[in-house]
Design a protein around this ligand. Structure first.
Ligand code: ADP
Ligand code: MG
Length: 282
């Protein structure tokens, strides 16, 4: 089990007039090498939850277990340096975290910080810049000269260069053009399928969630409403209650079934018809 969370509560601004309880008793387990999506309305606690996974936030109550680490209210954030290497967190708008004078130095920063030699850090940086499909011609440029999508890839390469076993992505495709977004999602899928990483994706994009994740975790008001297989999830009657849009692929399929269910149809025809419906939806 990669992650085991028991009765996690977290409150911002404790004992101030801004006091707000963001997490209200989260119970959750996430298996090794799984690809899960965390969804829920803005303010439901998604970002607060994932910041507990590498001890950026510590629980007020309850317990967060990640790999061999256990975090409770009695711990100090400074005790979890090794954990931060194992759990790579790609923040929302991660491109704002770039700060070095060149792309390559930015990616080398993490490994160097964890005691890797200059030479090995460079090798890691080259490997992961390549993995996120960035062209060599930009490695010596300042990150600030790059496009939004390129910057985000640099930030992702920087996290991957620390070789975390768990990769947590907070809205990694927000604001990217459709093609750039698909390319980034494909990188994550490779990380899961070929490198057996545990992937945790926070996203508002139900098409991506449906296509790439295996399981869905729905948060509402700082609690887990449900965690289940994506196919079962998107057939739940409560989706509209939480303003969750169905993936386009499912809408197309359901429309198709409404019109065609009564006829016998060959498999080839079925595929053609579904593709036709998909084009209509798009
Ligand atoms: N630094 C903070 N200080 C005070 N309240 C915060 C802070 N960060 C988040 N919150 C509040 O906690 C709740 C959950 O926020 P967040 O975890 O960011 O939700 P989500 O990522 O699902 O949009 C929201 O009501 C938000 O306003
Ligand atoms: Mg958020």
């Amino acid at each position: 089990m990669a992650i085991e969370i028991t009765n996690l509560e977290y409150t911002y601004g404790k004992n101030t007039i801004f006091e707000y309880q963001a997490l209200n008793g989260i119970d959750l387990t996430i298996d090794d090498s799984s690809f899960v999506a965390i969804i829920g309305k803005t303010g439901s606690g998604k970002s607060s939850l994932i910041q507990h996974l590498n001890a950026i936030l510590l629980p007020d109550k309850g317990e967060v277990k990640v790999n061999d680490f256990t975090m409770t209210n009695n711990d100090k954030k400074t005790s979890f340096k090794e954990l931060r290497k194992q759990v790579g967190l790609v923040f929302q708008f991660s491109e704002y975290q770039l700060f070095e004078e060149s792309v390559i130095k930015d990616v080398m920063f993490g490994p160097l910080n964890f005691g890797v030699s200059e030479e090995d850090a460079k090798e890691l940086a080259l490997k992961y810049l390549k993995m996120v499909n960035l062209d060599e011609s930009i490695y010596e440029k300042s990150p600030f000269e790059l496009s939004g999508g390129q910057k985000r890839r640099v930030a992702i390469a920087g996290i991957l260069a620390m070789d975390p076993s768990i990769i947590v992505l907070d809205e990694p495709t927000a604001g990217l053009d459709p093609q750039g977004a698909i390319e980034i999602m494909e990188i994550f899928l490779t990380l899961k399928n070929e490198f057996h990483k545990t992937l945790i994706l926070v996203s508002h994009d139900m098409d991506f969630v449906y296509q790439y994740a295996d399981e869905i975790i729905l948060l509402n008001e700082g609690k887990v409403v449900v965690k289940e297989d994506k196919v079962a999830f998107f057939n739940e009657p409560f989706l509209s209650e939480y303003n969750i849009e169905k993936p386009q692929l499912l809408i197309a399929y359901e429309n198709f079934m409404k019109h065609k269910a009564s006829e016998f149809i060959s498999f080839e025809k079925l595929i053609t018809e579904i593709e036709g419906e998909l084009d209509n939806v798009k």
